[in-house]
Design a protein around this ligand. Structure first.
Ligand SMILES: [Zn+2]
Ligand SMILES: [Zn+2]
Ligand SMILES: [Zn+2]
Length: 343
């Protein structure tokens, strides 16, 4: 994420800003410019209240219409179930807020964000298992999310039951969109598919059988040496989705740190090198990692100083780095072949 300033007074404001807390200027995010701007004179997204959306329509865009992020939501609970203060309503707004972060990053990386047209593109069904049975997952461009995951207590319980060190709504969205981007970046490209199978194994392995085996028997011993998470061991598709999500974690967090001018120095680190973070699609993944690893040490140390668990509870072994590097090369190749979004 980038750091944003209030156009009225220059005060730092978050991506979610609706008003500047310092000068009171009404604000919103303009996806056409990628900036937080004064909302006066702009049309707000039609889901401003329902989804808590602070995105603004581009000049000339359909008045009364939805922003790009809200347009991606194909299904959500009935409006009557989304009232302020209701559990489903708050979970829905938390999921939409996380989705806006996902969409922002995909656009920043130059990945295509095209609403689903019935055959192609990306859509989200945000459903509540409090109302009906919901299985979080992806099929043919449609991502299904269980809004119960937006409830902190429920998600923490799931995290413990599944033995996961990290579980967030944004992480779910990154993982599930990763399945979609496999069909964009890997599936149609025979060369990419061959490299994929060499790194992640053959995705034609029976999926239902693989998941059953995973949930019955758990991950293999020593999975840490080859996989980014225990769940990644379930099937090559899950391994890819976990790697894709992890790549987005790294790129977003590095961008945030750089935007705020965070500079990690310390024993054994070259301050000159650390002062020029690698944020371009052409940068070598090894260089990105050289920025990333010291930052994670610092962020974990900061969390421990506050008595919290590690912010980054992961270990990246060489086999995992190779998978992340593969994701980086594919994302970079797509970005280079397309004009970058503004700005
Ligand atoms: Zn201000
Ligand atoms: Zn919106
Ligand atoms: Zn998955």
């Amino acid at each position: 994420m980038r750091a944003f300033a209030c156009p009225g007074c220059g005060q730092l404001v978050p991506f979610e800003a609706e008003t500047c807390l310092a000068c009171g200027t009404p604000l919103g995010f303009a996806p056409d410019t990628g900036e937080i701007v004064a909302s006066a004179g702009r049309v707000p997204c039609a889901n401003a209240v329902l989804a808590g959306c602070n995105w603004l329509l581009a000049p000339g865009e359909d008045a009364g219409g939805l922003c790009l992020s809200c347009r991606l939501t194909r299904t959500h609970p009935h409006d009557a179930d989304l009232t302020a203060g209701s559990l489903t309503g708050e979970a829905f707004r938390a999921a939409e807020a996380a989705k806006r972060r996902l969409v922002f990053q995909l656009l920043e990386l130059g990945l295509p964000v095209v609403p689903y047209d019935g055959e192609q593109g990306l859509a989200f069904d945000l459903l509540s298992s409090a109302v009906e049975p919901v299985v979080t997952g992806h099929a043919d461009g449609v991502v299904t999310i269980d809004l119960a995951e937006g409830d902190d207590a429920h998600r923490e319980q799931m995290r413990r039951e599944l033995g996961e060190p990290y579980r967030t709504m944004l992480g779910h969205l990154r993982h599930e969109s990763g399945h979609y981007f496999w069909t964009v970046l890997v599936g149609p490209d025979p060369e990419a598919l061959e490299s994929f199978r060499a790194l992640f194994d053959d995705e034609r392995a029976d999926y239902a059988e693989a998941l059953r085996r995973h949930y019955d028997g758990g991950p293999p011993a020593e999975w840490v040496s080859r996989y980014v998470s225990a769940y990644a061991t379930a099937h090559p598709w899950e391994d890819w989705a976990e790697a894709f999500a992890h790549y987005l974690h790294i790129r977003d967090t590095l961008q945030t740190a750089a935007s705020f001018g965070m500079l990690v120095t310390g024993p054994g680190l070259d301050p000159e090198l650390m002062a020029a973070p690698h944020l371009e699609p052409d940068d070598r993944f090894e260089d990105i990692l050289d920025d990333w690893v010291p930052l994670t040490y610092a962020l974990n140390a900061v969390n421990r100083s506050m008595g919290r668990d590690d912010l980054y509870p992961f270990v990246l072994r060489p086999a995992v780095v190779a998978k992340l590097g593969f994701v980086h090369r594919l994302v970079g190749s797509l970005t280079r072949s397309r004009p970058l979004p503004v700005p």
